[in-house]
Design a protein around this ligand. Structure first.
Ligand SMILES: [Zn+2]
Ligand SMILES: [Zn+2]
Length: 380
């Protein structure tokens, strides 16, 4: 260490002895852990926040102090510097880094926005408290929007489910902007006024407290501008056409995921498309899991005498024998004529006999039935 450095170092150590005590400002012990630091800060920040104490200079000063203390102690490296050099740790830091510009970087607010959203976000729905920070959070993250999933419902027939099918779905979504690779910004030849700070180089963070604009590094001008294609939004509207394969035997209400076909957020990150498959009700068949049920009207004569009848299935009708004296609502199982399942098995079809009574009978039929009544003695 050269002499000049040594002297500088000694001066810092002397300054330290008169320094603010971040630990006592936060009311914590010197060996407090990260959780205790955060919890102490949250409590004090809520208490002294300018929104809660309008026009209260004392509270504002307190608030600045606790924020400064927290910003330092929450960061392990900065905390180590502070423990060695006191609240001149930034100067020591700059000195160690041989930056030369001792006063150049006052403390860095870093993720202060997110801390405040975290602190006050919970109140927002009740009385708008904390709106300022929400807005600041949004402004900061304007070019950092997350991708979104898209949900779409489609209706398919039982026949389509039984055979499996493909469906073309059309919808609008957001695509990542190619011009700016989804960053919302492009480099320009000439430098222009920084849009982050309006050319001031600083951003108003809390009442009476400014921070260096991160967009322009405090210079007030940049050669970065909003992307002309997406106007800084990182995404553009797009009409999509996606073909979706509906697997054989899919169950009602099931969602199919099509990766990467949702809406883009910033930086070309893209969400997924979810297609909810809803089964249209069928005029003939009722689905019951993997099984189907069909009502089959049969004349009263055929149920009494037994007969060979036609049963509709999803793949055409088949014939089936019913025995003598088949009862109304009697069920017959046709194995393997139900729905295919995703596991490649096939359900059964149940034919439910519905006895058909004629609306009219001829005189001849009537005579026969009167005879029949005579013979069988059936009167009810
Ligand atoms: Zn700026
Ligand atoms: Zn763009």
């Amino acid at each position: 260490m050269e002499l000049a450095q040594l002297i500088e170092c000694c001066i810092l150590k002397i300054k330290m002895s008169r320094s603010k005590d971040y630990y006592s400002i936060l009311g914590i012990s010197r060996d407090a852990d990260e959780k205790q630091i955060k919890s102490a800060y949250r409590k004090l920040a809520r208490k002294y926040h300018p929104d809660v104490n309008p026009n209260n200079k004392e509270a504002e000063d307190k608030f600045k102090q606790v924020t400064e203390a927290y910003e330092c102690l929450k960061d392990a490296d900065k905390r180590k510097m502070y423990d060695s050099y006191g609240d001149r740790w930034q100067d020591a830091h700059a000195y160690q880094a041989q930056g030369g510009d001792m006063g150049g970087s006052r403390f860095d607010f870093g993720d202060a926005g997110s801390i405040f959203e975290d602190l006050f976000g919970g109140f927002q729905n009740t009385d708008g408290f904390g709106d300022v920070f929400q807005q600041q959070g949004r402004r900061r993250s304007r070019n950092d929007s997350p991708p979104q999933d898209i949900n779409i419902s489609i209706e398919v027939t039982l026949e389509e489910i039984a055979s499996g099918t493909k469906k073309t779905i059309e919808y609008t979504a957001l695509d990542g902007c190619n011009t700016c690779s989804g960053t919302g910004q492009v480099r320009t030849r000439r430098s222009s006024k920084c849009s982050g700070c309006g050319g001031k180089g600083v951003v108003h963070q809390f009442p009476g407290m400014n921070m260096k604009c991160s967009a322009c590094g405090g210079s007030g001008s940049t050669n970065i501008d909003n992307c002309p294609t997406c106007r800084g939004k990182c995404t553009i509207h797009a009409n999509r056409k996606v073909e979706v394969t509906i697997p054989k035997g899919i169950t009602n209400g099931k969602k199919l995921r099509v990766p990467g076909r949702g809406s883009a957020g910033s930086r070309m990150k893209i969400g997924d498309l979810y297609v909810k498959v809803t089964e249209k009700s069928h005029p003939v068949f009722q689905r019951n899991g993997d099984n189907l049920e069909v009502k089959v009207p049969v004349s009263y004569i055929d149920v009494l005498l037994g007969a060979e009848i036609r049963i509709p299935t999803l793949t055409g009708s088949v014939s089936m024998k019913i025995p003598e004296c088949t009862q109304n609502n009697q069920k017959f199982r046709l194995t393997g004529k139900g729905m295919p399942t995703l596991s490649k098995q096939v359900g059964d079809l149940y034919a439910v006999i519905q006895v058909k009574i004629p609306k009219q009978i001829s005189d001849e039929e009537k005579n026969i039935l009167l005879n029949l009544r005579e013979i069988s003695g059936v009167t009810v």
